[in-house]
Design a protein around this ligand. Structure first.
Ligand code: XMP
Length: 517
């Protein structure tokens, strides 16, 4: 197995993801918990040192144990990992004096070919250069003995360095991010150099996840909030496999669900899976609390708080559940939480992480916390969830509340629900559902004038949203044909009383977000 030592970079999980794609088993451990004894016990076949926000020049900045370099296994240092390697092995790192580099850069080969770079610098890739993503303040000024340079960019003369004899590799940029388009190749080469057989699968992940859940939960009871989305469904089935009927699912009908949602979810879990399920109709609780509220963060906080209240009530009613399970994914974690001084800021309080009030006195079980959406889908298939369920578009915990900018009323929700059903029906009829990451209608807090028949109308406008995405972190609007858009607008206006104008949202993420709030 491969050990990733995490120095706090925002993108460390992406390294793990790249390795899982290569069918290599890896574990991420924070640098604080990796000492010589741990290393010996873990016995890694290879080690990756991640990036991180610290500066190796600063007193007390993190270091891995020296054993990393005496085990005789291949080591790859990324960004901060590169600097730590150079510093510990006898090179020199200096502070960026205006040479900090953030963003796209191009690396060109220098010197001999390097096994780590096999398949790189192909002429078809911008004439023999490779696009990479840099994000660093300090840089290496002198290489450690035994190291040579194999790639450089205009601002990073030591972009790719290695000591081939010892199989130590160190790169200044981040090969794991999308903006290093061929970065996956570096990891592929690295695991080949380390001699991995690449036979790790989602089935193995399932087993590990089940063992980890049993370990965390012990003999206690768990309740799991089901939202109707894929994540909480996969989490529930996985936990049920781990602990059986000590799991109870709670489907909280917030009054903010889509048309038919409650029946579908309850039918699936109670009838198909035979998982104990409480169907809690709490719509008046939620809608009363949201009455008159229009600020998106306040909406999210209110909803998060009420979810906890309802979960706590049911934790009690099932005879004292100590754990609350949630389908939190890695992108939710990274967008809601600021890591160890890292540069990530809170964009939105996703209810299943940042919005949870401190006072909650249940512990969390979040078995999908390391995964990205497409990996959760693969796990869902592995668990035997039907394709129609696994392929469902994501649906956020706060539901229609964040698709109804401004104040929420039962009337607006009813209009939104109908429009959304027509829109999704259109998408399915045209066979587009699976090409789209997520599609929904947002009901705008704007009334506009129209004319229907011979009468004037003064009704709501709505916006259609449809995006493509790999992991929800970035997204592009979906390029519907004009014909499709025209037909959908006509259907919505004809079939949904209360809407007389339809617009299409063509904002990508960033700068927009997928949801409107
Ligand atoms: P944004 O709007 O942040 O959404 O670009 C990214 C993805 O996350 C979903 N989302 C949520 N999921 N609780 C959730 O479980 C939330 O509070 C939440 N907010 C956004 C969103 O639907 C999209 O798939």
């Amino acid at each position: 197995r491969l050990l990733i030592i995490d120095f706090g970079s925002q993108v460390t999980q992406l390294i793990a993801r790249r390795l899982r794609e290569l069918n290599v088993y890896c574990e991420i451990h924070p640098f604080q918990s990796v000492d010589e004894a741990f290393l010996k016990d873990f016995a890694p076949r290879a080690i990756i040192l991640s990036g991180g926000p610290a500066s190796v020049i600063d007193e007390g900045s993190p270091r891995p144990p020296k054993g990393v370099f005496t085990l005789g296994v291949p080591v790859l240092g990324v960004c901060y990992g590169q600097q730590v390697m150079m510093e510990m092995l006898g090179g020199e790192v200096v502070r960026g004096d205006g040479t900090a580099e953030f963003g796209r850069a191009y690396v060109a080969p220098t010197g001999e070919p390097l096994n780590l770079l096999e398949g790189w610098f192909a002429p078809e890739n911008s004439g023999g250069r490779e696009q990479v993503w840099m994000s660093h303040g300090d840089h290496v000024a002198r290489l450690a003995p035994g190291f040579e340079v194999y790639g450089a960019s205009p601002n990073a003369p030591f972009a790719v360095t290695a000591d081939q004899a010892r199989r130590f590799y160190a790169v200044q940029f981040h090969p794991e991010v999308h903006h290093t388009p061929n970065g996956g190749r570096l990891y592929e080469n690295f695991v080949r150099i380390a001699g991995f057989t690449r036979d790790w699968t989602m089935a193995a992940y399932r087993e590990q996840a089940i063992a980890a859940i049993r370990d965390r939960v012990g003999g206690e009871k768990v309740i799991c909030g089901l939202s109707g989305g894929v994540d909480s469904s996969v989490a529930a089935v996985l936990i049920h496999e781990a602990i059986g009927d000590r799991l109870t699912c709670v489907f909280v009908d917030t009054g903010l669900m889509r048309e038919g949602e409650a029946d579908e979810v309850v039918g699936m879990f109670r009838d198909h899976y035979n998982i104990p399920l409480i169907h809690a109709d709490e719509s008046s609780l939620f809608l009363d609390a949201l009455n008159g509220v229009s600020d998106p963060e306040i909406k999210r906080k209110i909803i998060g708080g009420l979810f906890v209240e309802v979960f706590e009530k049911h934790a009690h009613s099932v005879g004292g559940a100590k754990f609350l399970a949630q389908g939190t994914l890695y992108p939710d974690v990274i967008e809601s939480v600021s890591f160890s001084g890292g540069p990530s800021v809170t964009i939105k309080s996703h209810h299943n992480v940042g919005g949870l009030p401190e006072r909650m006195n249940m512990k969390l079980v979040e078995p999908l916390r390391e995964l990205f959406k497409d990996e959760v889908r693969a796990l869902g298939r592995e668990l035997g969830l039907p394709d129609s369920f696994v392929g469902r578009h994501p649906f956020p915990g706060p539901g229609l509340a964040i698709r109804c900018p401004g104040e929420i009323t039962p009337e607006k929700l009813s209009i939104l629900r109908k429009a959304d059903a027509v829109y999704i029906d259109q998408i399915r009829r045209h066979g587009l559902y699976n090409d789209i990451w997520q599609a929904f209608v947002a009901l705008l807090p704007v009334r506009t004038v129209g004319v229907m028949g011979d009468s004037r109308t003064y009704d709501y406008a709505c916006a259609l949203r449809a995006v493509t995405s790999v992991d929800g972190m970035t997204a592009d609007y979906y390029p519907f044909s004009h014909e499709f858009l025209g037909e959908t607008a006509t259907r919505i206006i004809n079939e949904v009383k209360g809407i007389n104008r339809v617009t299409y949202d063509i904002t990508s993420k960033p700068p927009g977000t997928i949801e409107w709030e």
